[in-house]
Design a protein around this ligand. Structure first.
Ligand SMILES: [Zn+2]
Length: 128
């Protein structure tokens, strides 16, 4: 079966620090994060009819959801003030995955892969 998915890429800037980190991440600093969102329909196919016919999910709709549910909440924010967990890329990408799964489920769409880049050479990802 053909596995068809679509991916959209987002960026946000945010500050954080990691309490009790033995290295320099213990001090306040910032990152330009990059979030790669890959989604597919639960039936593995494409929308059959209507405005989104031939699509997994309209890129515009995906953008609206990710912006509203994630980017607007973290962009130019102090991450330690927002999240109850330690703000590692791993914890954040797991949280974002859960948020998006909840938002996309009613649309018949699931997150196949979510990759959060913390630097240009480091990322954490959740893969279904
Ligand atoms: Zn950091």
């Amino acid at each position: 079966m053909t596995a068809i998915s679509v991916t959209k890429i987002f960026k946000f800037d945010a500050a954080h620090f990691l309490p009790e980190h033995s290295g320099k991440c213990a001090d306040l600093h910032g990152h330009t994060y990059r979030l790669e969102v890959t989604v597919a329909r639960k039936d593995g196919g494409l929308v059959a009819e209507g405005s989104s016919a031939g699509m997994v999910l309209d890129f515009g709709d995906l953008k609206t959801i990710v912006q509203r549910e994630i980017i607007e909440k973290v962009d130019h924010k102090m991450l330690n003030d927002i999240f109850p967990f330690r703000t590692t890329a791993e914890n954040m990408v797991i949280h974002f995955y859960e948020v998006l799964e909840q938002q996309l489920a009613p649309l018949g769409v699931e997150v196949l892969k979510l990759r959060l880049w913390e630097t240009q050479t480091s990322f954490a990802e959740v893969v279904k």
